[in-house]
Design a protein around this ligand. Sequence first.
Ligand code: SF4
Length: 175
Amino acid sequence: MNEAILIQKCIQLGAYKAACANVSDITFDPNLRKACEANYCGNYGKNLTCPPAVGTPEELIARAKSYSRILVFQTVTPLEDSFDFEGMNEAKAKHCELSSEIDKLIDVPHLQLAAGGCTVCERCAGFDGEPCRYPDRAVASLEAYCINVSKLAALCGMKYINGVDTVTFFTGYLY
Ligand code: SF4
């Protein structure tokens, strides 16, 4: 797999920036899961790719560290203002679509980690106490894997926040 070509394709498909880094340089922090436990998004204990169903911090950090490289891309979308929740949701949906497109370009075994809980199904089966409908397609978040995304952004030469009235999302592919 040619990383330079992959980065170029990410940009061509609509990513704002893309870069590759060593997994050994990623900062993992199990304390980040406390933000999930606060459950501001309502997915904690429900979405199957969110804690606690996604796995323990120790399990997921070990899984992430079993890979050697990460491809990261970000999208940056303008909003009407900081209360433009509809714009944020649309930006996230487009980011997830792009994540799926880029996923298909990676021709080696890999693990996609995106932004927030899995959105493959309109309503995650976990909300009804049922098992995952599409285990092969389910995507967990970088944060669920205890990855410090602001430090990941810096590692990849990206800004975590990209200006007033914009929303930035990240996806990583471990391989
Ligand atoms: S694929 Fe569907 S059921 Fe499985 S984790 Fe994602 S949203 Fe939930």
